[in-house]
Design a protein around this ligand. Structure first.
Ligand SMILES: NC(=O)C1=CN([C@@H]2O[C@H](COP(=O)(O)OP(=O)(O)OC[C@H]3O[C@@H](n4cnc5c(N)ncnc54)[C@H](O)[C@@H]3O)[C@@H](O)[C@H]2O)C=CC1
Ligand SMILES: O=C(O)C(=O)COP(=O)(O)O
Length: 538
C-alpha cells in the first residue's frame, strides 16, 4: 500500500483526499529530526509546509520516496537539486496562497503605517485612550516599491493601486510590457529603494537573493520609509535591519518571516519600538490552507500514479492550457521509450533522435516529452529509481546523446503515412546495420498507439505484452509461433504483420494475455528464418 507522511500541519481536506484515494496517511508533526530520519524510509510520499527541512539527508534516508509535496509556495526548505538527483519529484501549490500572502502584506503595511498594534496594546491591555500618541501616515499618494513582481507581487500591486498608491517594481525576470499592463514601472533596485515610501518584498529566497537587502541596500532607504517582508527572512540581513531601526534610519518595518524560524528568543528584533511582527502567517487563511492541502494531495496522487503533476518544481513545465492533451502525449512518449529500449537494447541508446511531428512539431512541452521518453528508455535498463524527474539527469550521466527534431517531414514515406506524432530512431553503435525506430500516435480517445516499428506499419492500442519478431516473409513462420505459444498455454489476443514486399522482410506483432517466460522466447528464437524476437510492454 502507498504510504504518505504528512510532517507539517495540513488542512484535513488534503489528508482526507489522500485517504480517499487509498493511501495510508500518517500525520506526524514532530520537530524531532532524528525521528523523521528514522521513519522516512517507510514512505512513498512526504508532505510538508515551511517547517520541515527536507535536505539531502532526509532524501537519502527516504529510500522509497517518489514525491515531496509542498502545501504552499516557497521550496527553500527543500533541497530540490538532491531530490532531482534521486529521482524524487517535488511539487508545490504556488497559486493556493497567493491572495492570502498579498492580503497579509497589505495588512502589515497598514498596521505599521497606522500604528495599529501599538494603539491596540495601549487601549486593550493598558486601558489608555492615547489619541495623540499614534499619528500615522496615509498610503494614498505614496510610492510602493515591490521587490519581485510574480504572483504575489502582482496581487499586491493591484490592491495598492486601488488604494491610490504609485507602484514601481524591481524584477529582473519580468518584461516592461507585463509591468506596464499592471500599471507598474520597472526600476533597478538601488534607485527604487531610494525613491519609495514603502518597500515590500515578494521574491523567493535563493542563493542569489540571500541578503539582497544587506546593510548597504538598507542604507539607501529613506528615514521615512517602511519595509515589509512577507516573503522570506533570509532576503533581508536581519541584524542590519535591527540596527537601522534602532538607530532611526528607517521609519518602521513589518515582518512575517525571519532568518531563523521560529524566531529565537534573543532576536535583536524583539523590543524595537517600530516593528510589527507576525509568526509566518502569510498563508494562514482557511481558504488558502484548504486549497493548498487539496491541491498538494492531487499533485502527490498524480505523481504516485505515474501521471504528470501540474506544478512540479523539478520537471520541465507544461503550459496549463495544454495539460489535458499533454498527459496523453507524455504517456505515449514514455511507452515509446520503453518499447524502444526493449526492442533494440543499450546499443541503440548512445545517440537517440526524437522526432516531434504534427501537433507536436512545435509543442512548448517538448522538454517534458523528452524527459518522458528518457524515463521510458531507462526503465528497462535501470529498473528502480528512474522517474520523470531523474531521467534527463541519468541520461546525461550515462553519456547518452539526445537530439530533438521538430519537423513535419523528415520521415520515411511509410512512417509519415501512420500520422506518427513521436518517432524515436537511432543507428545502433558499432553496427553498420540499418536505422532502428519506433513511432506512435495518440488517438482522439486519448489512447497511445504504437504505429510503426522500423518503418513497418502496425497499429497497437491495447496495453499489455507484445512479442515482436523480425523474420523472412514465408509460409509457416507465423503458424509455428502460434503453435509454440499454444503449447505453453499463452493466449494470443491479436496478431499483426507488416512487410516490405512479399517474400521480403517482415515484422510481426503478437499481442499476448500474459508475460512470456524467457524459456519460451528462446524456443521461439530457434524457429528457422525468424531472425529476432523480443518481448515488449505497451
Ligand atoms: N509569508 C508567507 O506565508 C508566504 C510567503 N511566500 C513567499 O513569497 C515568495 C513569492 O511567491 P510568488 O509571488 O508566488 O512567487 P513567483 O515565483 O510567482 O514570483 C516571484 C518573483 O520574484 C522574482 N525574482 C526572482 N529573483 C529576483 C530578484 N533577485 N529580485 C527581484 N525579483 C526577483 C521572479 O522573477 C518572480 O517574478 C515565495 O517564494 C515564498 O517564499 C509565499 C506564500 C506565503
Ligand atoms: O507558501 C509559502 O511559501 C509560505 O511561506 C507559507 O508557509 P506555510 O505553509 O504557512 O508554512
Amino acid at each position: 500500500m502507498t504510504r504518505v507522511l504528512v510532517a507539517d500541519p495540513l488542512d484535513e481536506a488534503g489528508v482526507e483526499r489522500l485517504r480517499q484515494a487509498g493511501a495510508e496517511v500518517d500525520v506526524r508533526h514532530d520537530p524531532d529530526r532524528a525521528a523523521l530520519l528514522a521513519r522516512i524510509g517507510e514512505y512513498d510520499a512526504l508532505v510538508v509546509r515551511s517547517e520541515t527541512r527536507v535536505d539531502a539527508a532526509v532524501l537519502e534516508a527516504g529510500k522509497r520516496l517518489r514525491v515531496v509535496g509542498r502545501a504552499g509556495t516557497g521550496v527553500d526548505n527543500i533541497d530540490v537539486e538532491a531530490a532531482t538527483r534521486r529521482g524524487v519529484v517535488v511539487v508545490n501549490t504556488p497559486e493556493a496562497n497567493t491572495v492570502a500572502a498579498a492580503e497579509h502584506a497589505l495588512a502589515l503595511m497598514l498596521a505599521v503605517a497606522r500604528r495599529i498594534p501599538w494603539a491596540h496594546h495601549s487601549l486593550a491591555s493598558e486601558r489608555r485612550w492615547e489619541r495623540h500618541r499614534f499619528m500615522g501616515v496615509q498610503l494614498a499618494g505614496k510610492t510602493l516599491g515591490l521587490v519581485g513582481l510574480g504572483r504575489i507581487g502582482t496581487e499586491v500591486a493591484r490592491r495598492a493601486r486601488a488604494m491610490g498608491m504609485t507602484v514601481v517594481a524591481h524584477d529582473p525576470y519580468v518584461t516592461g510590457e507585463r509591468a506596464a499592463q499592471l500599471g507598474v514601472e520597472l526600476m533597478d533596485l538601488d534607485p527604487m529603494l531610494e525613491r519609495c515610501d514603502f518597500v515590500s518584498i515578494h521574491c523567493p529566497l535563493t542563493p542569489r537573493t540571500r541578503h539582497l537587502l544587506d546593510a548597504s541596500r538598507l542604507a539607501r532607504l529613506r528615514p521615512t520609509a517602511y519595509l515589509v517582508n512577507c516573503a522570506r527572512g533570509g532576503i533581508v540581513d536581519e541584524a542590519a535591519l535591527a540596527r537601522a531601526l534602532a538607530q532611526g534610519r528607517l521609519a518602521g518595518a513589518a515582518l512575517d518571516v525571519y532568518e531563523t524560524e521560529p524566531l529565537p528568543a534573543d532576536s535583536p528584533l524583539f523590543g524595537l519600538p517600530n516593528v510589527v511582527m507576525t509568526p509566518h502567517l502569510g498563508a494562514s487563511t482557511r481558504e488558502a490552507q484548504a486549497s493548498a492541502a487539496r491541491t498538494v494531495a492531487e499533485e502527490v496522487l498524480r505523481v504516485l500514479s505515474g501521471e504528470l503533476p501540474h506544478s512540479a518544481v523539478n520537471l520541465p513545465s507544461i503550459p496549463p492550457e495544454r495539460w489535458p492533451r499533454a498527459r496523453h502525449h507524455v504517456e505515449l512518449a514514455r511507452r515509446l521509450g520503453r518499447a524502444f529500449a526493449e526492442l533494440f537494447g543499450p546499443e541503440a541508446m548512445a545517440r537517440l533522435e526524437i522526432v516531434y511531428r504534427g501537433e507536436l512539431a512545435h509543442a512548448p512541452e517538448s522538454g517534458a516529452l523528452t524527459a518522458a521518453v528518457l524515463w521510458g528508455v531507462l526503465t528497462p535498463v535501470m529498473q528502480e529509481g528512474v522517474t520523470l524527474a531523474s531521467a534527463p539527469v541519468l541520461a546525461r550521466e550515462r553519456g547518452m546523446e539526445v537530439v530533438e527534431t521538430h519537423s513535419h517531414g523528415a520521415l520515411k514515406e511509410q512512417e509519415a503515412a501512420t500520422g506518427a506524432l513521436i518517432l524515436l530512431r537511432s543507428r545502433p553503435r558499432g553496427s553498420d546495420s540499418a536505422e532502428v525506430s519506433v513511432a506512435g500516435h495518440v488517438g482522439d480517445d486519448g489512447r497511445p498507439r504504437l504505429v510503426a516499428i522500423n518503418g513497418y506499419r502496425i497499429d497497437v492500442e491495447e496495453s499489455g505484452y507484445l512479442l515482436v519478431s523480425s523474420h523472412q516473409d514465408r509460409p509457416g513462420i507465423i503458424g509455428k509461433v502460434g503453435t509454440i505459444l499454444g503449447q505453453h498455454q499463452i493466449n494470443i489476443a491479436y496478431m499483426q504483420v507488416g512487410r516490405d514486399r512479399p517474400g521480403g522482410h517482415a515484422v510481426m506483432v503478437v499481442g499476448v494475455d500474459q508475460e512470456v517466460p524467457p524459456g519460451v522466447v528462446e524456443t521461439l528464437r530457434r524457429i528457422p528464418d525468424l531472425w529476432d524476437i523480443r518481448v515488449v510492454e505497451w
